[in-house]
Structure formats: C-alpha cells, structure tokens
Design a binder for this molecule. Sequence first.
Ligand SMILES: *Cc1c(COP(=O)(O)O)cnc(C)c1O
Length: 459
Amino acid sequence: MQDSELLEKIAQVLKRENLNNNRLINHQSVVELTEILDLDKQSTQDWAQLFVWVQQYLDYSPDTSHIGFANRMWSGANMPSVLGEIIAAFSNTSACTFESAPVATLMETYMLKQMLEIVGFKNGEGQMTTGSSNANMIAMMVARNQTLNSVKTQGLFTQKPLFAFVSEDAHYSLDKAANILGIGTEHLIKVPTNKNAKMDVLALDKAIQKVQKNGGIAFFVCATLGTTVRGAYDDIEALLKLKNKHHFWLHGDGAWGGAAIMSSALKTKFLSGIEQLDSFTMDFHKMLGSSLMCNFLLLNHQNLLSCTCADGDNSYIFRDNAVDLGASSLQCGRRVDSLKWFLDWKFYNKQGFSDRVESYYQLAKFAEDFIDRSGELETVERRNSFNVCFRFKAQNSNAFNQNLRHQLLIEEQALFALAYIGDKLVFRLLISNNNIDKVKLTALLNRLIKVGKVLEKNA
Ligand SMILES: *Cc1c(COP(=O)(O)O)cnc(C)c1O
C-alpha cells in the first residue's frame, strides 16, 4: 500500500461513526474475544487483514470518551495531544538526545520550566517519565542516593536500614518502588489516616522515632496529593514541620489530584506549601486529559537527576549532557511525549486547565448533592475533593453493588470503578471527561438507579 493510500485509510477508520458508533463497549468474554480475533491467522504482506484487526481493536475496546466510561482516572483525550501522538508515531524518534529529537527536547525543557514556575520550585529541575509509578520510584531513588552516599557503588549491603513512609491509602507504586530499590516492602511503613483520610502526622512522627530508636534511617516520606480512592490530600504544611525535625526527603504524589495546581483557588485549598516539597509528580494524562502517557517529575534541587540516574559508559550516545534529556533518565530510548504535552498546553493554556479542574470540582459536589438527595444512593464517607464514593442502598450491600456494576456493564450502560473503603464496596466516581456536564451526569446516575431498582426487584 502507498503511503498516501494508507493515510486515507487511517482517516477513514478514525471517522467517528466508524470508531464505536457511540457505543460504550461491546463486551465479550476472554474466550469469545479470542475466538473472534483469530490471532493465529497468517497475514504476510496483507494490509486488508491488518485493517480487519484494526477495526476489531476499535470495535471491542471501550469508548473511553463516552460519558458512561467512569472507570478510571482519565477518559477520552484532548485532540491537540492526539495530534501530537500521531505525529510522534510517524516521525518515530527517541527523545534522548538533541540530535535525534531537537524540537521535542526544546519543548520538553520549555514545559518543565513552565511547571517548575507553576509549582514554585525556584531552582529546580525535572523530566518527563513513563508515569507517576515510575516518577515515584525515581523520587525515592534520588532520596536514597542523597541519604547514603555510597549506595550507587556499594549497594545497600553494608548500610544502615532505610525506611520510607506513606499513608495507608497511598498508591501501590510506592510498594513497587521499595521493592525495586532494595528498600524492602516491609521497610515501607504505612501510616494510619485520620478522620479526614489524610496521613496522621502524629502517628508518622511516632513511627519515625521508633525506626530511629532501632538504628534505622527515616529517609523518605511521600505525601499523597489526592489519594486514589478517597481523594484525600495529605497535609503538606504539617509534614514540612516534621521534615524540619527529622530531615527526610518529602515527595508529593500528585498523579491524580496534583492537577489542582492549575487553579489558584484549589491550589490554596489543597496544595498549600507545595513549593517547599523536595519533589513532586503529576500525570497530565489523568484529570487534564492529555493522551496516555503524559507525566512529569520535578525536583526542588538541581543536578540530582543526572548524578542519581546516570551510570556506565554512555559516551557513544550523548553529546551534551546539559541538553540531552536522556542523560538524566533511567531509560535509554525515550518516547516523544513532549509534543502532545506542548500542543495541549498551547491550545488550552493554564486558564483552560484551571477552568477544567474547577468545573470537575463543582461537578463532584453536584454529584454528591444528587446522591444525598436521592433515596436510593448513599455516600459512605463525605467527599474530600474530587472523588465521590457511593453505593446503592441494599441488603447485602457489597454483593449487590458488585452485581449492579456487572449489570451496568453487560447492558452497556456504564463502566464504573469499584473500590473498597474499609470493608465497604463502593462505586468510585471520578470526573475526568471534558464533555460531561450536570445534565449528562444526572442521566448517568439516574441510569445507575434505574438498573439498581430492577436488580432489587428481581432479588
Ligand atoms: C494513578 C496514580 C499513580 C500511578 O500513575 P501511573 O501514571 O499510572 O503510573 C500513582 N499515584 C497515584 C496517587 C495515582 O492516582
């Protein structure tokens, strides 16, 4: 197939009506879908068959821009970022050196500077990473290497034991980081939360003192800025006070809730003191809608990324360590994620993203009010920020709500996230769809109630 013909075909496939027919999901079991796809089929030099698989890929993927897709921390994608993704795929280069990706390098550097300014890190540095899981790990790694000067060459073998601290509601990527970095998951202390679902700072102080008394080093505390289920923001100001006492590295995991930084009102409400953190990460592909993956990590320090991450003889690749972004990365090849990020930023700018997070915040409040007023639904805890956790009131609540979710899925009405708060199974509503408004949100919740009532009657 000629390039021009291929491009035309792609444009045709991507037309809205061919994408998903506005259908949320065509749900098939693993067995059924395996049968349909016929992945063993031969297709050497056979473009037509490739396009059959492409169409199947689209037909059986959930339409994440559908209002009923309320499953994850993202939905759909901003079109400027989609444009960036497509161009990046066609140009196919690696953002490791200026030579191989000159424009992407300058765009990434530019965007990091914008973010450093917005967060308030005056003499900072940063990099795009593959996601917040990775960024949390790199932050912990920088802190580890700052604490133990010889860890890079000697490993952890002869060192005092290190301990890291997170809220019990922190993201599981911190456990992975403790595993990967040789800290050990039992050295990741899960601090209880208080009644507002924030890390209990008094309990943290006690836990740190206990570790120190036993000869350990409390080197790293991660403040979750928007917890995955309950949407709580750990108290940065209180943690900064404790940092003065114990001198740990204070990282902020803002993967989801860090987006509040775009609005000055929400920044004041949830992120006060953020400019004094040692490091901060945020996913642009979650609340702010850039296409997956789009993440940055910022340090409130300079030259630590390169001295932590660079190892071995890389002289064959890097020409200028001050410019080549790969020199301070854990990766060798790096996807061009900056083009889509830059295009989104230029299209919406800070004001546009501020309007967006403020509207999501209002919609979360609207959803909570709707739930409070409805006879059928209830929240199990008050909303902390953007996350609305609720359930259908029923006998045998966990089993019923599990069933209700499944029913909504097989009826192709909605794909909702479920999560546990203690032993209570709840729907976790996160608003991250730029097309949603009060009318559509009301319709979505009413659909849930309607299906729930039928289920209740048939129980
Ligand atoms: C989503 C999330 C992560 C993981 O981010 P990825 O970019 O998916 O790796 C980490 N922490 C929190 C609080 C999150 O919500």
